[in-house]
Design a protein around this ligand. Structure first.
Ligand code: UN1
Length: 494
C-alpha cells in the first residue's frame, strides 16, 4: 500500500524540497492521502538548467542504449503493476480494473518506444548531383516540458516522456496536483532503471506558476500539454509568440452513432462502457448518442435497464464499476450542466443528481445520467461536461448522423454501430475526428496508433504512436558531397 506522507520534487536525480505543502485528497473518501510541495518559478529554472546540462550527454548515448533504459522501465512497471494500480485508484478514484488497464497502457508504451530505439527511421534518398549523398535524420529538440492531467496520470505521462527520452531529449514534467503519486512512482522507476540524473525532472506545482514558468522558459523548446481547452489555447498563444513548438490534446464531445440496423445489445454495452467508465472523465468518453429515430425508443429502454445495474462506489472495491468524480469542482461543473440541460428543454430520463446517502457521503459521487430529445445546438450537446452524462440526439438518416457528429467544436473520437459495410466505409471517411471506432464505443485507444483529434481537440499533433516522435524531434536534412569539387544544386545538374 502507498504509505509515503510527503512527496518531494525530483531534480537532477535528487528528491528536493521547495514550496508550501498542500493536501492531496482521495476522491472516494475525501481524506488526505499525501502532501505535495507547490514550487515557484525558481524550481523550474533549476530543473531546466539540470535538464539542459543532462541533454548534451544523453543525446550522445546511442538510441538503442537509451532504449535499454526504457525496456527496464517497462519491466519494472510490469513488476509493480498491482502497486501502481492501487496507488492510481487511491489518488484518481477510477476503479481498480481500469487502473490496471491504465498502468498496462504505460507498460505497452515503454516496450513500444524502447523498440523505437532501434528504428527512429529517417530517409535516404537520391541527390540530384553526382557523387553526393542525401538523407534526413531525426534530431532531438533539447529540453521538453510536459504538462499532464489527472484523468490518466500515468498513461499520458508515458505517451509524452517515453518518446521524448528515446529520441535523446531531457524532460521537465509538471504533473497535475490532484494526482502526484503516479509522478512520484514513475520518477522512482526511472531512477531504479538507471536513467541518468537530470534526464527526467519532476516539479510539483500549479499551472499558473510552474506551468507558466515552463511555457515561458527560453530553454524549453517543446511543450506537450493535455488538459482543458481554455488552458491549452492560452499555452498555444504564449508558445506561438515565442516560436516554441507546442503539442496540445484538449478533450472532446465524442458521440456514438447507433443506426437502425445496429446490434442494439452491443451498442448498449459500448455506450455504457465509454460513457460511464472512469465516470465519464476521459477525453474520449462518449457524451452524445446519435440514434436513428427508428430504434430510439428501444435503445432508451435498454440503456435505462442496464444503467440500473451499474455498481457505483469506491474503486478499491472490485464489485464497483463506476468510481467517484475527481473533486468538488468536478461535481459543481456537472451540476451546472444539469440545470443548463433542463433549461434548454432536454428530457432527463435517469440520474441528474449527486449521490450523497450512506457511504456515498464520504466521496464525490454522481449518478449516471441520461438526457433524451437533445437538440444538436444545446449546450449539453456541445460542451465537454467530464462526468457520467449522456445526451441522446435522434436523427432520421445516416447523413444527418454524420452531420450531427461533426457539428461540434471538438474532434477527438467517434463511433458507429451498424452492420452495413457501405455505411462503415462512408463513416470512417466522413467522421471528422482523429479516432473512429466501428461497432465499439469511443474509448480504448491503443498506444501504437496516433492519439489526438481535429478542430478544438488539438493543434495538429498526435500523442503516442510513431507520430509522437514528430513532436519530440526535428527533421534534419544532411547532404554529403564526395565529388571533391563545388557542385551547385539546381545549377550544375547538366
Ligand atoms: C484520455 O482520456 O485523455 O482511449 C486518454 C482511451 C484511453 C486513453 C484516454 N486509452 O480511452
Amino acid at each position: 500500500m502507498f504509505d509515503t506522507k510527503q512527496l518531494s520534487h525530483y531534480i537532477d536525480g535528487e528528491w528536493v524540497e521547495g514550496g508550501e505543502f498542500t493536501s492531496v485528497i482521495n476522491p472516494a473518501t475525501k481524506k488526505e492521502i499525501v502532501q505535495i510541495p507547490l514550487a515557484d518559478a525558481s524550481k523550474v529554472d533549476e530543473a531546466v538548467a539540470t535538464a539542459k546540462r543532462a541533454q548534451k550527454e544523453w543525446a550522445l548515448v546511442p538510441a538503442p542504449q537509451r532504449a535499454e533504459v526504457l525496456f527496464e522501465v517497462g519491466r519494472l512497471m510490469k513488476e509493480k503493476k498491482e502497486h501502481l494500480a492501487n496507488a492510481l485508484t487511491l489518488e484518481n478514484g477510477k476503479v481498480l480494473e481500469e487502473a490496471r488497464g491504465e498502468v498496462q497502457e504505460g507498460i505497452d508504451m515503454a516496450f513500444y518506444m524502447a523498440g523505437e530505439g532501434r528504428r527512429l527511421f529517417g530517409h535516404t534518398t537520391n541527390a540530384e548531383l553526382k557523387d553526393k549523398f542525401a538523407m534526413s535524420v531525426r534530431a532531438p529538440v533539447g529540453v521538453v516540458g510536459i504538462i499532464t492531467p489527472w484523468n490518466f496520470p500515468i498513461a499520458i505521462a508515458t505517451w509524452k516522456s517515453f518518446p521524448a527520452i528515446v529520441a535523446g531529449n531531457t524532460v521537465v514534467w509538471k504533473p497535475a496536483t490532484e494526482t502526484p503519486i503516479m509522478a512520484f512512482e514513475l520518477a522512482k522507476i526511472f531512477e531504479q532503471a538507471g536513467l541518468p540524473k537530470g534526464v527526467v525532472n519532476v516539479v510539483f506545482g500549479k499551472g499558473g506558476t510552474v506551468g507558466d514558468a515552463m511555457v515561458h522558459h527560453p530553454d524549453i523548446r517543446v511543450i506537450s500539454f493535455t488538459g482543458s481547452n481554455e488552458t491549452g489555447s492560452h499555452i498555444a498563444g504564449e508558445c506561438g509568440r515565442q516560436l516554441k513548438k507546442v503539442s496540445l490534446e484538449m478533450g472532446g464531445k465524442n458521440a456514438v452513432i447507433v443506426m437502425d440496423d445496429a446490434d442494439l445489445s452491443l451498442a448498449v454495452e459500448g455506450i455504457l462502457w465509454s460513457a460511464f467508465g472512469t465516470s465519464g472523465q476521459r477525453c474520449t468518453a462518449c457524451s452524445r448518442v446519435i440514434v436513428h429515430e427508428k430504434v430510439k425508443d428501444e435503445l432508451e429502454q435498454r440503456l435505462l435497464t442496464e444503467m440500473k445495474k451499474l455498481t457505483i462506489g469506491n474503486g478499491m472495491d472490485e464489485a464497483n464499476k463506476v468510481g467517484p468524480i475527481i473533486n468538488q469542482a468536478g461535481l459543481d461543473k456537472i451540476n451546472d450542466y444539469m440545470k443548463i440541460g433542463k433549461e434548454e428543454g432536454a428530457i432527463l430520463l435517469a440520474g441528474g443528481f449527486e449521490l450523497t446517502e450512506g457511504d456515498f457521503a464520504q466521496g464525490y459521487y454522481f449518478a449516471p445520467t441520461l438526457f433524451t430529445d437533445v437538440k444538436i445546438d444545446m449546450r449539453i450537446a456541445q460542451e465537454e461536461i467530464f462526468g457520467p452524462v449522456v445526451s441522446l440526439i435522434p436523427v432520421g438518416s445516416f447523413e444527418e448522423a454524420i452531420e450531427a457528429n461533426n457539428d461540434v467544436a471538438y474532434g477527438l473520437s467517434s463511433s458507429i454501430f451498424t452492420n452495413d459495410v457501405n455505411q462503415v466505409f462512408k463513416a470512417q471517411r466522413d467522421l471528422d475526428t482523429g479516432i473512429v471506432y466501428v461497432n465499439a464505443g469511443t474509448t480504448g485507444a491503443e498506444i501504437h496508433l496516433p492519439f489526438g483529434g481535429t478542430k478544438g481537440t488539438g493543434n495538429g499533433h498526435r500523442d503516442s504512436g510513431v507520430q509522437a516522435l514528430d513532436v519530440f524531434t526535428e527533421w534534419k536534412a544532411v547532404y554529403v558531397d564526395y565529388s571533391g569539387k563545388l557542385q551547385r544544386a539546381q545549377i550544375d545538374t547538366e
